[in-house]
Design a protein around this ligand. Sequence first.
Ligand SMILES: NC(=O)c1ccc[n+]([C@@H]2O[C@H](COP(=O)([O-])OP(=O)(O)OC[C@H]3O[C@@H](n4cnc5c(N)ncnc54)[C@H](OP(=O)(O)O)[C@@H]3O)[C@@H](O)[C@H]2O)c1
Length: 357
Amino acid sequence: MLAAGPRFACLRALAQSPLKLLVLGGTNFLGPAIVEEAMARGHEVTLFNRGRTNPGLFPTLETLHGDRHPQSPDLRALAGTRSWDAVIDVWPSDPHMVAATARLLRDRVGHYGFISTTVAYKDLTKAGAVETDALADDLTDAAAWYEFDKAQCERVLGLIFGERQAVCRSHILAGYRNPSDAFRMWAVRLARGGEVLAPGDGSDPVQFTDVRDVAAFAVLLAETRASGAYNVAGPRRSVMPFGEFLGQLNEILGRRARLTWVAQPFLDAQGVRPFSDLAMWVPVRTSRRPGFMQVSTAKAQAAGLTFRPLEATTTDEMRWFRDTMPATYEFGVGASNKGFPAARERALLAAWHARGR
Ligand SMILES: NC(=O)c1ccc[n+]([C@@H]2O[C@H](COP(=O)([O-])OP(=O)(O)OC[C@H]3O[C@@H](n4cnc5c(N)ncnc54)[C@H](OP(=O)(O)O)[C@@H]3O)[C@@H](O)[C@H]2O)c1
């Protein structure tokens, strides 16, 4: 929702006129949420992708096919006489790709929206990262190429589009079509019921965002021709303690699980890896980046970021699980990218209960 006042009256008017919107990507996870949101708000959407990921997902939309590779002749599909009010560039972390399309579109689109990440910050050792904080300058600042590359994408975009660009620095995403097991690991585990290993003492902070909230905000930035970067993280206006997160999730899923909070030193001694074995858990006491789960979202909230209830995110994740995975799906093995197998959880709980005996 846009705020009151003359400036916002003007933004509201802008937001109400349908846009000719180009979505670069659009068919995996966040992309479809952006496309659906834009269509629901009456915008005229064109997609550009290779036609490999979920082809036919949006049969009624114009889709231009081509490869984003900077040397690809396919980029010509974006050139010529076409023009758009705004573009939302959803997925790449390759600055060369972003530079090539941004240069090509500089005089053909009015506004360039880009999806980045909150891990692009140089320093996440403290709580409350804000948009003016420095981004990763080189690989020693970042945990991985992805993070440094996203920072570079933002820089090249700023040089090419100046004030006509806006960046969503998104936190961990959750929702329908989520390729990651992170949120799902907890939801499915709690839905299965029984004794569940919960990490630490419940006080560590957690942030994540419903993919549809990011989508709504990305479309709003295009509608209002917003400028600059915005941290986009939920699931609510303030950071949530892990205990509240698991407690609420358990309520939503029918209170089938009994949480056993296992102290971090015990988990460390057992070789349990925060964040990968126990997804979304970043223990403040020992993490190299304790600020990761405590970024400030004040600027995005003031610009109109809203949060849907945790029930909605949970329903979407569980629906995707039922639609695409066997009920017996085991986390932490095979294709699973987060969590740990049930047998390991049972063994850890048994060892925790037996300690000091
Ligand atoms: N998941 C998280 O927790 C998280 C957290 C923070 C930020 N983010 C950010 O959120 C975004 C999520 O991306 P998404 O995968 O959901 O985006 P998406 O737009 O839904 O899907 C990726 C799109 O890119 C297209 N594509 C891939 N390679 C291409 C190429 N070489 N040329 C042209 N098009 C190509 C794919 O179609 P084709 O294959 O058909 O070409 C597909 O349409 C990313 O920017 C990520 O960094 C995610």
